[in-house]
Design a protein around this ligand. Structure first.
Ligand SMILES: [Zn+2]
Length: 627
C-alpha cells in the first residue's frame, strides 16, 4: 500500500528545476528548486550518502521533508541535507509546507554500478568493480591491490594464472564497505616474465550459491632487464604522481621533461623509473613512446649571475630531463635525474645578494643534486625555472622594491586580485553554487571589487584577473601575473565539497592555502586577519601542494576560501556587501600587515564594532536524523 501511494504521488509530482541552468519564469517561481544534484545526475561511484541543497519558495514559516527525513529550512528558504542513496537509480521526494500550501518535487540521481539488491540475493560479481580495469604491466617484486565487489558476507578468492603463489589468494571483506573484497599480492621477486589471467571465485553465497568471474584485462609480468619502453614527455614540465590514481597524489616537486624509461603500467598510467629509490607515474596519453634512447644527460657547468630582480643559475647540459625543484626556508634543492655527472665548472659573479653557497652530490646513480644555500636572513620572493634548449635555468627572485610615502604606504606594490572561476550558467558550472543559486564566480568577483579600492587608496596598483563577465583559464591568470609583473597573487574563492562528504559533520568556514615557504608570511598574515575579523568557523592555514594557484612559484601566492557557498547561512553572507565585508576586510588587513603597514581602525559605526567584538553566535544546520 505504501509503495502504491508513493507511485501514484510520483506520477504527478514535478521534477524540481535548478538555477541558473534552467532559468526561466516557471523555474524562478517554482515552490521548490533543487540546485544540487542535477536531475538524473550520475554521482560518485559507490556513494552511500550524498548532499542535496536548494530553496523553498513558499511564504511564511516552512517545513520540509525529504524521503521521510525532516530537513531544517533557513529563514531565506535555503536548505541542505545529507541523505542515503543506493547503487542504481534513486528518487528524492521533497514535500514542503507552510500550513496552507503544500508543494512537492522530485529529484532523481544514479549511483553507477550494479544495484546492491542484485548482488545480495545470490552469488554475483560486479564486472565494473574488480581489478584490473586497464592493461597492467609490472615487475617482479611489485605489489598489486586485488579487489572485487560482490555479494556481501561470502568468501572470495583470486587466482593469477601461472604466477608463483598466485593460487586461491583469499580476499578480505572491508568491514565498513560490505561487498568490497580486497587483498594485496606481491609478485615473487624471482617470477619469470608471464601474462596472467585473473579469476575471482565466490563461495558460500546465499543458499550456498557460487560465482566466478574473469577480469577482462590481464596482468603482464615483465623483466627489469628488458624495459617495456622508452617514452618522451609530450608536455614539458608536466607534474608526476606518487601512485597511479586518477586524481590527487601529485608529487609536489617533480617536473618531467625529455625522455624517460618506463617500468610499469596500471590504471592507464605509466611508471617512470627515476633511480633505484625513486619512481613516479604519469598518464599514458601524456607520453609518446620512442624507439631510440637518447642516452643520459651530463652537466657541464654552472653559471651564476645577478641583477636587481633575480639571481640566475644556468646549468649547462646535454638534454632536458626529469627534475625535482624544492624550496626550503634556507635553501633550494635541484635534483637532475637521468644525469650521470657534473663537471664541476663553477662560474659565479661573486656579488650575489642572495646565494651563500652551492653544494652538489650524487645521492643515487644517475642523479645529481644541488643545494643552493641562501645568505642568512635573506629569503627569496619566489623562483622560476625551465629548460632553455639543453640548459636548465633557475631564477631566484629578489624582493621587489616599492616606493612608499606617508599617505601611500603601498605605492609601487603590484597586487593581483584573482576572482576565481569564470561565468558559466549551464552545467557543469565553473566553481561552486549555493542553495539559492548564487554562483561562485559572481561571489568571488563581488569580493574582488570590494577589495580593489581599499588597496588602491593606499597607493597599490591592483591588477584584476576578472572584471565584468570576462572568462579566464587558470593558465591565462598565471600568464597575466607574469606579464603584468605582479608582486603578489591573491586568489579569492568560496568552498564546496564532493557530494559524498557530509557538509554538516563539522564546523566549516574559511581557510587559507599556500604552498612555498616564500608564500608563508602572506598566508599567515591574511589568516591571522581572518581569525580576528571573521566569525564563521576557522578551518585553518593550510600548506597545499596540489592546487594550481598556490603552486605559482614566482611570487607569494595564496588562495583564500572565504566561506562555504553550499551552506545556507554562508551563501547568504556572500550575497550582500555587508555580509561579505568581514572577508574583504580580513584580506585587506592581511595584505597591509604583510607589508608592515598598520591598518586604519575599522569604521566607527557602532554596528560594525559590535559584530567585531562579539561575533554572532555560530549556528550550523544539523540533519534531523541519522548522520
Ligand atoms: Zn573556487
Amino acid at each position: 500500500m505504501i509503495l502504491f501511494s508513493f507511485c501514484a504521488q510520483a506520477e504527478e509530482t514535478p521534477v524540481a528545476p535548478y538555477l541558473p541552468a534552467q532559468e526561466n519564469k516557471t523555474s524562478a517561481e517554482a515552490p521548490i528548486t533543487v540546485q544540487f544534484p542535477y536531475e538524473k545526475m550520475a554521482v560518485s561511484r559507490g556513494a552511500k550518502n550524498i548532499f542535496l541543497f536548494g530553496k523553498i519558495n513558499l511564504p511564511g514559516k516552512v517545513s520540509l521533508d525529504i524521503n521521510g527525513v525532516s530537513v531544517p529550512v533557513h529563514p531565506n528558504g535555503a536548505f541542505l541535507a545529507f541523505l542515503p542513496v543506493e547503487n542504481g537509480e534513486n528518487a528524492f521526494l521533497l514535500t514542503a509546507t507552510n500550513g496552507q500550501e503544500t508543494a512537492r518535487a522530485l529529484r532523481h540521481v544514479r549511483v553507477p554500478g550494479v544495484k546492491w539488491k542484485d548482488l545480495s540475493g545470490r552469488a554475483a560479481f560486479d564486472p565494473d568493480e574488480l581489478f584490473p580495469q586497464a592493461p597492467t604491466e609490472l615487475l617482479p617484486g611489485d605489489t598489486v591491490g586485488l579487489y572485487a565487489r560482490a555479494t556481501p558476507g561470502a568468501e572470495v578468492t583470486a587466482t593469477l594464472s601461472g604466477l608463483k603463489n598466485g593460487k586461491n589468494i583469499p580476499l578480505q571483506e572491508v568491514s565498513f564497505m560490505p561487498g568490497l573484497y580486497r587483498a594485496k599480492f606481491t609478485i615473487s621477486p624471482d617470477q619469470k616474465p608471464k601474462t596472467a589471467k585473473i579469476v575471482y571465485h565466490l563461495k558460500n553465497g546465499p543458499q550456498n550459491t557460487k560465482a566466478k568471474i574473469t577480469a577482462s584485462k590481464k596482468l603482464k609480468v615483465r623483466s627489469f632487464k628488458e624495459p617495456f619502453t622508452y617514452a618522451q614527455v609530450k608536455t614539458p614540465g608536466v607534474k608526476l604522481r606518487k601512485i597511479p590514481t586518477e586524481k590527487e597524489n601529485l608529487f609536489p616537486f617533480y617536473r618531467a621533461y625529455g625522455e624517460v624509461r618506463v617500468t610499469g603500467r596500471m590504471n592507464n598510467q605509466y611508471r617512470l623509473f627515476l633511480n633505484k629509490e625513486e619512481s613516479a607515474w604519469l598518464e599514458e596519453d601524456k607520453l609518446k613512446t620512442i624507439s631510440a634512447w637518447p642516452g643520459l644527460n651530463r652537466l657541464s657547468g654552472l653559471d651564476m649571475t645577478t641583477d636587481a630582480e633575480k639571481t640566475r643559475l644556468r646549468f649547462g647540459g646535454r638534454r632536458p630531463v626529469v627534475v625535482q625543484i624544492h624550496e626550503f626556508t634556507d635553501r633550494m634543492e635541484v635534483a637532475f635525474y637521468y644525469t650521470e655527472n657534473f663537471d664541476e665548472n663553477f662560474n659565479f659573479d661573486g656579488t650575489g645578494l642572495l646565494v651563500e653557497q652551492v653544494v652538489w652530490s650524487q645521492p643515487q646513480r644517475n642523479t645529481v643534486l644541488f643545494k643552493i644555500y641562501f645568505k642568512k636572513g635573506v629569503q627569496p620572493w619566489g623562483h622560476s625555472y625551465d629548460f632553455e634548449g639543453n640548459d636548465f635555468v633557475l631564477d631566484i627572485i629578489h624582493r621587489p622594491e616599492i616606493t612608499p610615502t606617508k599617505n601611500k604606504p603601498l605605492k609601487g606594490a603590484r597586487i593581483l586580485i584573482d576572482a576565481g572561476h569564470s561565468p558559466r550558467r549551464t552545467i557543469p558550472y565553473d566553481g561552486a553554487i549555493g542553495p539559492t543559486g548564487y554562483m561562485e564566480y559572481e561571489a568571488n568577483l563581488a569580493l574582488a571589487e570590494d577589495l580593489k579600492p581599499l588597496l588602491e587608496k593606499h597607493g597599490a596598483t591592483v591588477l584584476m584577473t576578472r572584471e565584468g563577465k570576462n572568462r579566464k583559464s587558470l593558465q591565462e591568470r598565471y600568464k597575466m601575473a607574469l606579464q603584468e609583473k605582479a608582486h603578489l597573487f591573491v586568489s579569492l574563492h568560496y568552498n564546496a565539497l564532493p557530494e559524498t562528504i557530509n557538509p554538516l559533520s563539522k564546523p566549516r568556514g574559511y581557510s587559507i592555502y599556500y604552498n612555498y615557504p616564500h608564500s608563508f608570511e602572506l598566508a599567515k598574515s591574511v589568516y591571522e586577519s581572518f581569525t580576528r575579523l571573521v566569525s564563521i568557523p576557522d578551518n585553518g592555514l593550510i600548506a597545499n601542494d596540489v592546487l594550481f594557484i598556490p603552486r605559482i612559484p614566482q611570487m607569494p601566492s595564496i588562495l583564500v576560501e572565504n566561506a562555504y557557498l553550499i551552506l545556507p547561512e554562508q551563501e547568504e553572507m556572500a550575497k550582500t556587501r555587508e555580509g561579505r565585508a568581514p572577508f574583504v576586510r580580513a584580506v585587506y588587513e592581511g595584505i597591509l600587515k604583510f607589508y608592515g603597514v598598520t591598518p586604519e581602525p575599522v569604521l566607527t559605526e557602532n554596528r560594525k564594532r559590535k559584530t567585531r567584538k562579539k561575533p554572532a553566535r555560530k549556528t550550523y544546520l544539523r540533519p534531523a536524523k541519522g548522520k
